[in-house]
Ligand binder design. Structure first.
Ligand code: BGC
Length: 757
């Protein structure tokens, strides 16, 4: 039966996989902006145009890097050179630590004064920064849980708020451009940037990323407290075969379109005006040389109207690393002709010099330069920089205010996943005597990860003293007198396991805090997903005491803990919950908050051979199984929920119909708690092997004891579509299965009557 249907598959003129219904708008410069920008371009020299396409780091204009106690020292002459001689369009980063608001204002004001008042055309500079979980590089900012945690909340409204607050605090620093959100999906757990992703699922990541953009940009990036987001890293960066950062991915065009492009498409639809390029390579073509992806797909198919910026030094690397170009100048030609509009050079002006030569020689046409400059200036103008490029003092008032901290705490609480709770050992009584041990117990860096105050985020001494580590939060919650602490081990070296075991003896429960140091990008590469031996040894010794053990994992990626997971009594997977992570964990451990996070990834049980939840039939066939430690979407609560009455309003639909689905969810326990209701779809037969199931809807609801709520979902043909044999998005009539909780219902997508005739 289905075979017949397969032959008449329909091609979808695709309008986005996300089913995002908040009417976000694709970035499209206003006609008035386009006209003004064209007029400016008509006045520009080649040098001024290429300058706009050049981005350098502030380090280039500094004589000394910043330290714990001292700002970086700016070199005024070099600053003038950058802006007046090279006409740079954009500057990024810090050298090397976060600044106070006031110092940011001083730098940005200096830069903009030079650009606006001392250059011929007065074009403002676009400053960019990695404010990935809050204003990373501004001292005292609100630093939220990282991306993987944001996804674990499954809470669109909360993530929108994070976008809003981050935009506020970044703009308060005088910076209008954020290199975030990261729309790479996290399907390779070894990858040291997994924690920057929104997890392994296309739909969840698209929803979370789009919500973030909505909050950060509102419907006008030029509003004083909004900014321009940057989707990164287009595309395929997150799936390195060997798990190491910036190593090759092998992704066929079909899989690229099915799994890796849709999140970027969602970000474009949500209005992101800039995109950063994949630093690695896909199928042998470095991201920065890929005309097909950067122009044919991004511009011609996805109709992206903003500008594309390279990643750090990656145009140069086409020559120095990838050997795609036989000279640095050829690297510039390849990248610009592939579709890159701005080069994050970022340590010199070689891009500027080479590109001018290339245009003069005729190897890069002026039309390509004009196109790039127009895109860049459109964004600058939409940001309002031409009217006022200076920091806005008024935004300081709400910077890191209590309201923002409260949202941070709420997000941290909602982002923590309870994956085991044997005999309801949690929550613990506040009258308990608690023993705390392990390398992540008493550090803030391990809860924040990379891009926190510094790039690697691992300078513990720079962290704000007033924020609580987990140990401090527990002490605050139940009184320091009820808490004993021995570190036990460092991350990878035993310190005093015996002392820890002895100290645990009189306690009612042990909080065992394991995980990873803070890291970012390539320095975070590892060879084995298994947790370090020293930590597993501490765990084994503590487990042997027989005292109930609550394991807390603070980590950027899911380190394998299968040797101890069955032996501990409770597990909280906390990933990187940010500055309020200690308080949030203490709230959960002692019952002031019932956990509601759900895993946005499949937590691996083994260092190798793991699959994602949306595995293909062949991955669950013969000796193959989906066998994670904990599955995608899994997470316990202190309450229990019953699912009933899964209803579909039709059992047959055609391509224009919408299928309405509803389900009743009841809180069957005695405490109020939140539940994330997840809807999955399975296409039973298809011309390309179809995943076991795919998330197509979710709602987070709060239920009082005994309360029942009916949750409604809608499914249309977009949700049923996939990338067919010809690499086009299609949908095929046939039978589908919906599942919510452990209930399942089938429906049929009918062929259209036209095709039946
Ligand atoms: C990272 C980007 C980041 C850029 C600027 C690169 O190394 O890959 O994610 O935005 O640096 O700091």
């Amino acid at each position: 039966m289905k075979n017949f249907f397969i032959k008449i598959a329909f091609i979808v003129i695709y309008t986005g996989i996300v089913g995002f219904n908040n009417e976000p708008e694709k970035f499209e410069p206003k006609q008035s902006v386009v006209e003004k920008v064209k007029a400016i371009i008509s006045e520009m020299t080649l040098e001024e145009k290429v300058g706009q396409m050049t981005q350098v780091t502030i380090q280039v204009m500094s004589v000394k890097q910043g330290t714990k106690d001292q700002h970086h020292v700016l070199d005024e002459k070099k600053l003038e050179e950058a802006i007046k001689k090279y006409n740079v369009g954009s500057i990024l980063n810090v050298y090397d630590v976060a600044h106070e608001l006031d110092y940011w204002h001083e730098i940005i004001t200096k830069i903009q004064n030079l650009a606006v008042k001392e250059t011929r055309l007065g074009i403002p500079v676009l400053y960019g920064i990695d404010a990935i979980h809050g204003a990373t590089y501004t001292k005292g900012s609100t630093l939220f849980p990282q991306g993987i945690n944001m996804a674990a909340t499954w809470n669109r409204d909360l993530i929108e708020k994070i976008g809003e607050i981050t935009a506020h605090e970044t703009r308060a620093s005088g910076i209008p451009w954020n290199f975030y959100p990261l729309m790479d999906i996290g399907r390779q757990p070894l990858w040291p940037r997994l924690w920057e992703t929104y997890g392994e699922d296309v739909y969840l990541a698209s929803q979370i990323g789009s919500s973030y953009i909505k909050g950060a940009q509102g419907n006008n990036i030029g509003a004083p407290d909004k900014l321009a987001t940057c989707l990164k890293h287009y595309v395929g960066y997150s799936f390195p075969l060997n798990g190491k950062d910036r190593t090759p991915a092998w992704i066929s065009e079909r899989m690229l379109r099915e799994y890796f492009l849709p999140t970027f498409e969602a970000g474009i639809i949500a209005g992101a005006p800039t995109i950063m390029v994949n630093s690695g390579e896909v199928d042998g073509i470095p991201g920065h040389a890929n005309y097909h992806l950067l122009t044919e797909i991004l511009r011609n198919e996805l109709k992206f109207k903003g500008f594309v910026v390279s990643d750090w030094e990656d145009i140069k690397r086409l020559h120095t690393r990838d050997r795609i170009a036989d000279s640095p100048k050829e690297a510039v030609r390849i990248a610009v002709m592939a579709g890159i509009d701005m080069s994050m050079v970022p340590l010199d002006y070689s891009f500027y010099d080479y590109l001018i030569e290339l245009v003069k020689e005729g190897s890069v046409p002026m039309s390509r330069i004009d196109e790039a400059v127009e895109r860049i200036l459109n964004v600058k103008m939409e940001l309002g920089l031409f009217e006022n490029p200076f920091p806005n003092k008024e935004l300081e008032e709400k910077f890191a205010c209590k309201e923002f901290t409260d949202i941070n705490l709420k997000t941290a609480r909602e982002s923590i996943v309870l994956t085991k709770n044997e005999n309801n050992v949690l929550p613990l009584s506040k009258n308990s005597k608690i023993f705390v041990t392990g390398p992540t117990s008493n550090m803030l860096s391990v809860m924040n990860g990379g891009w926190t105050i510094t790039w690697q985020g691992n300078e513990e001494s720079l962290y704000p003293k007033e924020k609580n580590t987990l140990l401090e939060a527990i002490q605050e919650k139940i009184g320091a007198g009820s808490v004993t602490y021995v570190e036990g081990t460092s991350f990878n070296k035993e310190i005093d396991v015996e002392k820890a075991v002895n100290a645990s003896k009189d306690c009612d429960a042990v909080i065992l805090c394991l995980g990873e140091v803070a890291y970012c990008e390539s320095p975070g590469n590892i060879n084995d997903l298994t947790l370090d031996e020293a930590q597993l040894k501490l765990a084994e010794n503590i487990i042997d005491t027989g005292i109930p053990v609550v394991l807390v994992m603070l980590e950027g990626r899911p380190r394998v803990i299968s040797s101890i997971a069955d032996k501990v009594n409770a597990v909280l997977v906390a990933f990187l919950p940010g500055m309020e992570g200690g308080n949030a964990l203490a709230d959960i451990i002692f019952g002031d908050y019932s956990p509601s996070g759900k895993l946005p990834i499949s937590y691996p049980k083994y260092p190798n051979g793991n699959t994602t939840y949306d595995y293909k039939p062949i991955e669950n066939f013969d000796t193959n199984t989906y066998d994670p430690q904990w599955a995608f979407g899994y997470g316990l609560s202190y309450s229990t929920f019953n699912y009933n009455n899964l209803k579909l309003d039709k059992n047959e639909i055609n391509e224009t119909d919408e299928l309405n689905i509803s389900v009743d969810v009841t809180n069957t326990d005695r405490i109020e708690a939140a539940e994330i209701v997840q809807l999955y779809l399975c296409d039973l037969y298809g011309s390309v092997s179809r995943p076991n199931k795919q998330l197509k809807g979710f709602e987070k609801i709060s239920l009082k004891p005994g309360e029942t709520k009916t949750v409604a979902f809608k499914i249309n043909k977009d949700h049923l579509s996939f990338i067919g044999i010809d690499n086009m998005r299609i949908f095929e009539p046939g039978e589908f299965e919906i599942s919510v909780g452990d209930m399942k219902e089938k429906f049929v997508l009918k062929p259209t009557s036209a095709l039946n005739d």
